[in-house]
Design a protein around this ligand. Structure first.
Ligand SMILES: [Zn+2]
Length: 247
């Protein structure tokens, strides 16, 4: 049991390191995702405005031809109107001509206001582009930070995961299961006795129990208050020493 308790203490020390590595990454991955979403939205806004400007330019460059075609069509219709056989046909052509005139009036109006519209769109685009650039550079910074942190962590992670596997291979399965069960409640599942208290929840341990822990080392002790596995201070593990011992 003493050796098993030693292994549990080692496992707890390794898990504390792994937990710390995990905490270091913190909210960064979530933050990166959030900013990516904002970048996409800002990019969409920029694209929409650019498309509107393109459409406006397209309208201007084809306006002359469109107008000419409309006039030609109207002339043809006017000639047809002389050859109609009844009022119904006459009215239909009149309607078509009115429609063409309305289309040209609309186009005229759009061309007349195109300058102002383009000015507004250009101003909007500049603002949107500036916002996009800002949030994009923020994203690049965060991604870099995440990359550096993950890179630094990789070596440590590998080291601790390898060590953890070694410990678990020697640890009794029932004890390991119990340790993992406690870990779902407390990240530090096995803790040292310190100043006659549980170093997990700081509640005092009865002196009778402390004597037992010291002299009856064939038993697994847990804190009656928090349920963590307890070991005496001499079993506590220094993670650096443990790593060195592993070579
Ligand atoms: Zn406790």
């Amino acid at each position: 049991m003493e050796e098993q308790l030693q292994l549990l203490a080692q496992l707890a020390a390794v898990d504390a390191e792994l937990d710390e590595l995990h905490d270091e990454l913190g909210d960064l991955p979530a933050e990166v995702k959030k900013i990516e979403k904002v970048v996409r939205a800002k990019q969409d806004a920029v694209d929409t405005t650019k498309a509107a400007i393109d459409e406006l330019n397209q309208l201007r460059s084809t306006a002359h031809v469109t107008m000419q075609e409309s006039h030609d069509k109207e002339q043809k219709l006017a000639q047809q109107q002389f050859q109609v056989k009844n009022n119904r046909e006459f009215d239909a052509i009149t309607k078509e001509i009115e429609h063409l005139k309305q289309e040209r009036a609309d186009l005229d109006e759009r061309l007349r206001t195109a300058g102002v519209t383009e000015e507004n769109l250009t101003t909007t685009l500049q603002q949107q582009q500036a916002e996009l650039d800002e949030v994009h550079s923020k994203l690049v910074d965060k991604e870099k930070a995440l990359e550096v942190l993950s890179g630094d962590q990789n070596e440590d992670l590998k080291k601790f995961i390898a060590l953890r596997l070694k410990i678990i291979a020697k640890l009794d399965d029932t004890l390991e299961a119990e340790y993992e069960r406690i870990r779902t409640f407390h990240s530090e599942a096995a803790v040292a006795l310190r100043k006659n208290s549980c170093s997990g929840c700081y509640s005092a341990i009865p002196s009778q129990r402390i004597m037992e822990m010291k002299y009856q080392r064939d038993k697994l002790y847990t804190c009656e208050n928090c349920g963590r596995i307890l070991f005496t201070e001499d079993v506590a593990v220094d993670i650096e020493e443990l790593l060195e011992a592993q070579g």
